[in-house]
Design a protein around this ligand. Structure first.
Ligand SMILES: Cc1ncc(C[n+]2csc(CCOP(=O)(O)OP(=O)(O)O)c2C)c(N)n1
Ligand SMILES: [Mg+2]
Length: 560
């Protein structure tokens, strides 16, 4: 006879399940709704580290960045209504960025449900459009099953966030139940004949182009991508904020699509006769508002590879839709006999030359602090494995256009354009890789959305370097405002703290840079500070992007 499992509380069963599934990090803001789970976490400190954050938005962004970086889910654990509301921004990011994540939410006790009890929310409804799956665990006996199901769903196919609501009294119930086994990630393979169909399109193409991105990548997938594009001499661009799939120094890399992309790469896709999209969803940012590729039937022939069967064919009717993980697809694509690519030798070289030309900073931008020179310095001094994180805003175009990524994974950015991501992502990155340089790019707007998480960094001894690119405004929106309503500036200017002083009051290292020559020594001091460091970069507000000035945007809009 099998011995009956020992009695455990729901909280203990939950944390035991996390341990069994290999969850090693929980980002949280505590709440009285899940004290029993916290207590069990205290007893699991040998296997699971708990990072206490200052806002659930910061916690969920950290969990998202952890998932993006490792391919494994982290847990974000939050309390009832207010905690779940605050956490939602990182959950939305994980959904649009296809990042695995487990959201654990405290819930009112079962006998209070449906009374609009204190902080009660129906998570099935609230989190439904943000998550792959939402469940409420109504009995402690079902915790092993439902945690396993949640992680299976988060990681298989197109990854994404899943949420479990945990009634408070369920977590304190004591029951006897056996644990589940460790979940296994299930990934679709390539249908027989699909590679042949892609090869046939390539054989008759004259100007093919690859777009690589999305989630589910690994070092071996990146190696296979390099083999595939090298063997067939395919110009390869990066989907929005997915610039680290192919070494940017490689002759086949032709630059990023998305915000701040060059006109040249837009023109190239216009001229292409075949697009092979690998892993990317081909979203609004990558396609410049669905103009570079026009749905439903693109003028270019299209091979679309994605791990979710509903994706290739959903927005764009691909000529060859392939449902496969990038790893499974690229393993086969790399082994495909190469085609004769002599028809596009010039096209491929031209695409690379256009990328290299765009890497050179635009001349004549005003101000004492030259961001082009800052980026050139970072390119020179950071090693191939340095991780760069970004917030959302126009300052991010500096790293999109002027940084060259080498290793995978080294770029963490919200492809849903969510402000507040940069600092929490940098904290998660430096937590996972304490010996790799981690540099965050944040605007003055984004910094005061989640910048208080530097307190979390200090508390847990995590020490990324954070660059705050300060133009005293919500610059992106000001740019759009000047375009659409020239000179009618409203609600976009900001008054800011002295960011270096502000950082120092937390106990962080603070630097303020107003001239180009001050940057290199400040960056060196910040990198060696031994604690989280904030460098404020005071740029000329006229410099609204890597390419143009606010006045030029306004004058152009007035002429039209
Ligand atoms: C959470 C969130 N709120 C609002 C926006 C809309 N938005 C996009 S960029 C931007 C301004 C960003 O300002 P800042 O961080 O200072 O960067 P800048 O554009 O000035 O370089 C805003 C408000 C957003 N993307 N995300
Ligand atoms: Mg700004």
């Amino acid at each position: 006879m099998i011995a009956s499992p020992a009695p455990r509380t729901g909280g203990q069963i939950l944390i035991d399940a996390l341990r069994i599934h290999g969850i090693d990090t929980v980002f949280c803001v505590p709440g009285e709704s899940y004290l029993a789970a916290l207590d069990a976490l205290a007893g699991a400190a040998d296997a699971i580290r708990t990072i206490t954050c200052r806002h659930e938005g910061g916690a969920s962004y950290m969990a998202e960045a952890y998932g993006k970086l490792t391919g494994k889910p982290a847990v974000v654990m939050v309390t009832r209504g207010p905690g779940a509301c605050n956490a939602s921004v990182g959950v939305h990011t994980a959904f649009q960025d296809s990042t695995p994540m487990l959201v654990l939410i405290g819930q009112v006790a079962r006998d209070f449900e449906y009374r609009e009890a204190f902080q009660e929310i129906d998570y099935h409804t609230f989190y439904a459009p943000l998550c792959k799956w939402v469940a409420q665990v109504e009995s402690a006996e079902r915790l092993p099953e439902l945690v396993s199901q949640a992680l299976h769903r988060a990681c298989s196919g197109r990854p994404g966030p899943v949420a479990l609501a945990l009634p408070e009294d369920m977590l304190t119930d004591t029951v006897r139940v056996a644990d589940a086994a460790t979940y296994q990630r299930v990934q679709p393979g390539v249908e027989p004949g699909a590679i042949d169909r892609m090869r046939a399109l390539l054989t008759s193409a004259k100007r093919p182009l690859v777009i690589a991105g999305g989630s589910g990548w690994s070092q071996s997938a990146c190696d296979d991508l390099r083999r595939f594009v090298e063997a067939n001499n395919l110009p390869t661009g990066a989907a929005f904020r997915n610039q680290d799939r192919l070494d940017n120094h490689h002759a086949n890399y032709i630059g990023p699509f998305g915000v701040g992309a060059s006109a040249a790469i837009g023109a190239l896709i216009g001229e292409a006769d075949l697009v092979i999209a690998i892993g990317a969803r081909l979203g609004e940012a990558t396609t410049q508002g669905y103009t570079l590729l026009v749905p439903p039937r693109t003028r270019q022939q299209l091979v679309h590879v994605h791990p979710d069967p509903s994706e290739p064919g959903r927005v764009y009717q691909a000529d060859v839709p392939i449902c496969a993980s990038v790893e499974n697809f690229l393993r086969e694509a790399a082994a495909m006999p190469p085609v004769d690519h002599s028809a596009w030798t010039k096209w491929s070289a031209g695409a690379r030359a256009a990328y290299l030309e765009d890497l050179e900073p635009t001349e004549g931008l005003p101000g004492d602090l030259d961001m082009g020179a800052v980026m050139a310095h970072l390119r020179e001094c950071l090693p191939a494995n340095a991780i760069l994180t970004t917030d959302a805003g126009n300052f991010s175009t500096w790293m999109h256009r002027h940084y060259q990524y080498v290793d995978y994974p080294t770029q963490l950015g919200p492809t849903n354009g969510s402000m507040g991501y940069g600092v929490p992502a940098a904290i998660a990155a430096r937590l996972v890789h304490p010996h790799r340089p981690v540099v965050a790019f944040v605007g003055d707007g984004g910094m005061l959305m989640t910048g208080q998480e530097i307190a979390t960094a200090l508390h847990h001894g995590i020490d990324p370097v954070i660059l705050v690119i300060n133009n005293n405004m919500y610059g992106t929106i000001r740019m759009h405002q000047e375009r659409a309503y020239p000179e009618r500036v409203h609600a976009t200017s900001l008054s800011n703290p002295h960011f270096a002083d502000w950082a120092r009051t937390f106990g962080a290292h603070g630097e303020r840079v107003t001239r180009t020559d001050e940057f290199a020594p400040a960056f060196e001091r910040a990198s060696n500070a031994g604690k989280v460091a904030v460098i404020e970069l005071c740029i000329d507000p006229e410099v609204i992007s890597t390419r143009t000035t606010l006045s030029a945007v306004r004058e152009k809009a007035k002429r039209h």
